[in-house]
Design a protein around this ligand. Structure first.
Ligand code: F6R
Length: 244
């Protein structure tokens, strides 16, 4: 796991944009894995700017998002599909058929999860996957648990996550209790992984990631240690509790 330390959120976003730009320029048909949440917004702004300046072309790029809330359709303002369209897809020249966000409204999730997994594989797998991390160490919606699921699956969100994500809804009651997410195995199959860790709320996660080398399903991000090309980009605020 490689760590890159940057001064602030803006610098983290620019560093990540540099990595994504290189992948896209080297392979205009690259397959990207994408995340939602507050953390990637700066990176998405950089990618939009580069696309609009004619520096990056997304016309043949394919993307797969990590997760979606159960029960929310693509047009619901709280859905991750809506988030992605507002914060990235509507502003770049990506083909609508080329971006996939898991459905929040599938009828048969056992079948749907297998199909999502197959779609990623049939696209050739993810060349690069962007991750944020939850304050509880979750990646995607792989929540701390006794064991982690490998494939795309449905999860019950933890109370911590529901509280943390309530900022995107009018009230905490509106936050869905369940989600569909790529599994840890799906994540680890990506050829390259970039994790962005910013802000003081992530300081404990950052400290543990650096100082505790165990693989612990109660701290899902620790499983990234099993991957050979992971770059963590963090800002100073996220590093304020590092003990050594
Ligand atoms: C979002 C996702 C989550 C977030 C994490 C951090 O698609 O998979 O794991 O990356 O909850 O969210 P923010 O960036 O809002 O702190």
């Amino acid at each position: 796991m490689k760590f890159v330390f940057k001064k602030d959120y803006d610098q983290v976003s620019k560093e990540a944009a540099g990595i994504f730009s290189e992948i896209i320029k080297n392979n205009p048909e690259a397959v990207l894995g994408l995340a939602t949440g507050s953390t990637p917004i700066g990176l998405y702004k950089e990618l939009i700017e580069a696309n609009q300046a004619g520096v990056l072309d997304f016309s043949k790029i394919k993307t797969f998002n990590l997760d979606e809330y159960l029960g929310l359709g693509a047009n619901h303002e709280g859905s991750y599909c809506y988030f992605m369209e507002q914060n990235l897809f509507n502003h770049i020249n990506i083909d609508k058929d080329n971006y996939k966000v898991p459905s929040g409204l599938a009828e048969d999730y056992e079948l749907y999860c297998k199909q999502y997994e197959t779609m990623v594989d049939e696209a050739g797998g993810m060349d690069i996957l962007l991750l944020g991390v939850g304050e509880n160490g979750h990646i995607g919606f792989n929540e701390p648990d006794k064991a982690l699921s490998s494939k795309t699956h449905v999860v019950d969100l933890t109370e911590d996550t529901i509280q943390a994500n309530s900022r995107f809804f009018d009230s905490v009651e509106e936050v869905p209790r369940r989600a569909v997410t790529m599994g840890m195995g799906t994540i680890l199959k990506a050829k390259k992984i970039v994790v962005l860790i910013t802000g003081e709320k992530k300081a404990e996660v950052m400290d543990r990631l650096l100082n505790d080398e165990s693989l612990d399903p109660q701290f899902p991000i620790s499983f990234l240690r099993g991957h050979r090309d992971v770059t963590v980009i963090a800002d100073e605020a996220a590093c304020e509790k590092i003990k050594r």
